[in-house]
Design a protein around this ligand. Structure first.
Ligand SMILES: N[C@@H](CCC(=O)N[C@@H](CS)C(=O)NCC(=O)O)C(=O)O
Length: 113
């Protein structure tokens, strides 16, 4: 499993934390954002929006930090971190959305240099 990241990326850090939580070993690869590596055809094949994080899991590519969290929970943690009752699912979706919108567009450090 290879995690494509940037050192300043809070979205990438969410995935590092999840991988530690579920005890999954991974290799971390720093994508050279200042050089535009994330917009090359090779990287766009891994993530169509050309962003980090992206996760290579065997032949699968997972992308978008919220999407990767959901993927890892379902594939490797038997859904332990997203209870199946509707109200719990609502609350998890709320916090994923909050991270992607309110936090990313206010408090987070921009990765672009
Ligand atoms: N919704 C995406 C946002 C990812 C994102 O904004 N990544 C930044 C780094 S933190 C990035 O790759 N920026 C470069 C770009 O968008 O060109 C996620 O949650 O993964």
């Amino acid at each position: 499993m290879r995690l494509q990241t940037d050192p300043l990326s809070g979205n990438s850090h969410k995935i590092r934390m999840m991988l530690v939580l579920i005890g999954k070993e991974y290799e971390e690869v720093t994508v050279d954002l200042p050089a535009g590596e994330h917009k090359t055809p090779t990287f766009l094949a891994k993530h169509p929006l050309g962003q980090v994080p992206a996760l290579e899991d065997g032949a699968e590519y997972a992308y978008d930090s919220q999407g990767i969290l959901v993927y890892l929970n379902a594939k490797y943690a038997d859904n332990a971190h997203v209870p199946t009752d509707p109200l719990s699912q609502l609350r998890v979706a709320f916090w994923l959305s909050f991270a992607a919108n309110e936090i990313q567009h206010s408090l987070s450090v921009r990765c672009e240099r």
